[in-house]
Design a protein around this ligand. Structure first.
Ligand code: HEM
Length: 410
């Protein structure tokens, strides 16, 4: 694929990402147009595009001049707002955001997640063992779809029988695994998730458990208990935030390791620390290509006056490849340090699920290292269609078992 001319790229259109290799486009923006204007298309508003790491960090940090309350991704920003504004953590700002964040941080802290992390480890090792034993599989379906959904469902106390249903909804809600899925289908899926949690919240009010939903029901912000809607919106946030991003990262991890045997050998021989490798997997995958903000107060960036209501988008897809910050950014290097990537954002809205996501990716890497000698991709993978997420919905692989590893490691 060739690098498209700047004025022909519409970053609002999901097809752009399927049809173009944008590496050259991003490099050109970083070098020559760090404050790029994506013009209006077909009645849709235009928006600013930030591609440099430092600009992205500075904007994430600045929740005085920029707000998340009118949406934090293109879909909602372009619609003019998010229905969860002021109630769902990611699209709430100010003191309420701080209070709500404290509640979610408590349930997603390393100490509280100890037991959850143990279950992630047991499940991941069992599923990888089984997949290796059967020779090969669609890694996306058999493993990557199960790890995050099982984990977040366990946290929320979602019954096992409902998990496949929720998985199909989360796949439709944000990205399209299927070309026939359009924005109307995605919106219906998002509404269905909300209705599903409405029912669960009602049940938990009657019969509380020791899950996150029951904990949210018992929580208050500024002395006022969270309403059913508040609880539902934050469950939605957790299931959407916790499932698809981690799933796409794991799929990308396997694809990239299969394509970089020298990096795989470093991992296999124990030459790189797992935590270091996890960060490079995240930088490389950058599953959320962008987040965005609305301008709250008039401000200036690169000599451009930004007016209240303007939309500014922050592209991890570019910032995580910024040669001003990362040496050889186009090289996948599992031993890369330092590696202060932007995959989890930055500042007041930095991902609250980052520890959990890292645990999931680390356990995947360990299980692959222990149970396989290597693996190869056997067919083309299917890219998803989205202007927000990037990755693949299938990943057919064949494993070479490590028989001594399978014997020795439980
Ligand atoms: C926020 C990425 C996993 C829940 C964010 C943000 C990013 C991000 C970039 C910042 C959004 C913004 O500034 O507007 C990722 C990636 C993940 C991941 C790449 C996996 C590889 C998770 C998991 C959970 C989660 C596992 C839940 C268990 C959230 C929530 C927020 C958030 C609730 C909002 C935080 C706030 O506004 O204070 N995530 N995330 N994420 N993430 Fe994640």
């Amino acid at each position: 694929m060739s690098t498209p001319a700047l004025d022909t790229v519409d970053l609002g259109d999901p097809a752009t990402f399927a049809d173009h290799d944008l590496d050259g486009f991003w490099r050109t923006l970083r070098d020559t147009a760090p404050m790029h204007w994506n013009p209006p298309v077909d009645g849709r508003r235009g928006f600013w595009v930030l591609s440099r790491y430092d600009d992205i960090m500075a904007t994430y940090r600045d929740n005085v001049n920029f707000t998340s309350q009118r949406g934090n991704v293109l879909v909602t920003l372009l619609e003019g707002g998010d229905a969860g504004a002021g109630r769902m953590l990611a699209v709430t700002d100010g003191p309420r955001h701080l209070e709500l964040r404290k509640i979610l941080q408590r349930v997603l802290s390393p100490r509280v997640l100890d037991e959850v992390a143990r279950t992630v480890r047991i499940n991941t090792r069992q599923w990888i063992r089984e997949a290796v034993g059967s020779g090969g599989c669609d890694f996306a379906e058999r493993i990557a779809s199960r790890i995050p959904m099982t984990t977040i469902s366990n946290l929320l106390g979602v019954p096992e029988r409902d998990r496949d249903y929720l998985l199909s909804l989360t796949k439709t809600a944000l990205s399209a695994d299927d070309e026939d899925v359009d924005e109307v289908d995605s919106e219906m899926a998002r509404n269905e998730i909300l209705m599903y949690f409405m029912d669960i919240v009602e049940e938990r009010r009657e019969a509380p458990g020791d899950d996150v939903i029951s904990m949210l029901i018992g929580s208050a912000v500024d002395g006022v208990p969270l309403s059913d809607e508040d609880v539902v919106l934050n469950c939605y946030s957790l299931i959407i935030g916790g499932d698809e991003t981690s799933r796409l990262t794991m799929i990308d991890c396997v694809r990239t390791l299969a394509a970089h045997p020298e990096q795989w050998r470093r991992l296999k021989r124990g030459e790189v620390a797992i935590e270091t490798a996890v960060d490079e997997v995240l930088r490389w995958a950058s599953p959320t290509m962008h987040f965005g903000r609305s301008v709250e107060r008039e401000t200036e960036l690169h000599g451009v006056r930004l007016r209240p209501g303007d939309i500014v988008t922050l592209w991890h897809a570019s910032g995580n490849r910024d040669e001003r910050v990362f040496a050889r950014p186009g090289e996948f290097d599992l031993g890369r340090t330092p590696n202060k990537h932007l995959a989890f954002g930055y500042g007041p809205h930095f991902c609250v699920g980052s520890y959990l996501a890292k645990v999931e990716i680390a356990e995947l890497l360990k299980a692959l290292r222990d149970f396989t000698l290597g693996f190869e991709q056997t067919e083309e993978a299917l890219p998803i269609r989205s202007n927000f997420l990037t990755g693949f919905s299938t990943m057919p692989v064949r494993f070479t078992p490590d028989h001594s590893g399978l014997r020795e490691c439980g």
